[in-house]
Design a protein around this ligand. Structure first.
Ligand code: AKB
Length: 315
């Protein structure tokens, strides 16, 4: 049985990945860690307070639990990163390099998300190929491209089993995303149910890749369980599921809540970032190399989100 450490378990992905992995591998085999004193979820298994920038503390926990797989989910997202680029570089790269080093020393495999943010204005926008130009305009994207290269370097140079997917905007209903350009696609659901109206900060014409969290969780596990001999790529795989712009998601919600209204108050930073990202990735390599296949379409995702958030808000 695997012994897994999740670093950054308190965030949008970690809050759901922790229980997902515990269902598969057993609660005691999945150690959640975060910089917070404690988490108010995932209390059914081990938890460690950890500042991943402290390499000694990370190594101590890896040794203590005989960890063999690390999921590194620590990152400042794209919009927050632009507000403080040096902090984003320090945290995003510091977390990754410490995870790669400890994995080299203790023989762990490592999963680290990359992102659609690894691409920029010079990348083909439609059916963005797996292997293409990567010249991001954000510090977040610079970290992601560097992270992809480091993952491949540690694999080739030291044999560290590092794997990664390029996540789209993730739509979820447990923990809120924070500081991302795609956050509007989550916030719109809360606003629709709570207020009946939403002010969107991303321009109406900007399509971006999106994905419902259950598909994202499957992607993490399926890639990490994939037969290594079939992997031609490693860091990082394009994966795709949904692609929409603000009017498309608005109409899908309005179909279910006819009184729902939306207007725009554009955030110039998010406008520039979303304009520079692809419309839709080509995920053929992930499909071929490890059988990636998303299950959630737009209608199923919107129905499920509205149900979950109504329940959460008691509406
Ligand atoms: C962001 O918007 O920064 C993230 C991402 C797409 O990586 N959600």
């Amino acid at each position: 049985m695997k012994k897994i450490l999740i670093v950054g378990a308190g965030g949008q992905i970690g809050s759901e990945l922790t229980s997902h992995l515990r269902k598969i591998y057993g609660a005691n085999n999945v150690v959640a860690s975060d910089v917070r004193d404690s988490l108010n979820f995932a209390i059914d298994g081990p938890y460690e307070k950890l500042d991943v920038l402290d390499a000694t503390a990370l190594a101590f926990i890896v040794h203590k639990y005989s960890i063999d797989s690390i999921y590194n989910l620590v990152a400042l997202l794209s919009a927050t990163g632009e507000a403080n680029p040096m902090l984003a570089w320090k945290i995003n790269m510091g977390a990754l390099i410490n995870c790669l080093e400890v994995s080299k020393n203790f023989g762990c495999s490592v999963f680290t998300p990359s992102s659609i943010g690894a691409f920029g204005n010079t990348t083909p926008k439609d059916n963005t190929p797996q292997d293409t130009i990567m010249q991001p305009n954000t510090i977040y994207g610079v970290c992601k491209v560097t992270g992809e290269m480091l993952g491949n370097y540690y694999f080739e140079r030291f044999g560290v089993d590092a794997r990664s997917v390029r996540f789209p905007g993730l739509i979820s209903n447990v923990a809120l995303p924070g500081g991302g350009t795609t956050d509007y696609a989550v916030e719109i659901f809360y606003a629709a149910i709570r207020d009946g109206k939403f002010t969107c900060n991303v321009p109406k014409e900007n399509f971006m890749d999106m994905m419902y969290m259950p598909d994202a969780l499957d992607a993490c596990v399926n890639l990490m369980e994939a037969d290594a001999s079939k992997l031609i790529h490693r860091n990082s795989f394009n994966i795709a599921s949904l692609s929409f712009n603000p009017p498309v998601i608005f109409e899908a919600i309005k179909k279910r809540i006819p009184s729902f209204e939306m207007d725009y108050n554009i955030d110039s930073v998010k406008a520039a970032i979303s304009s520079s990202w692809p419309n839709k990735l080509d995920d053929a390599c992930a499909r071929q190399e490890w059988d990636w296949a998303p299950k959630w379409d737009m209608d199923a995702m919107v129905d499920d989100m509205l149900l979950a958030i109504r329940k959460k808000l008691g509406k």
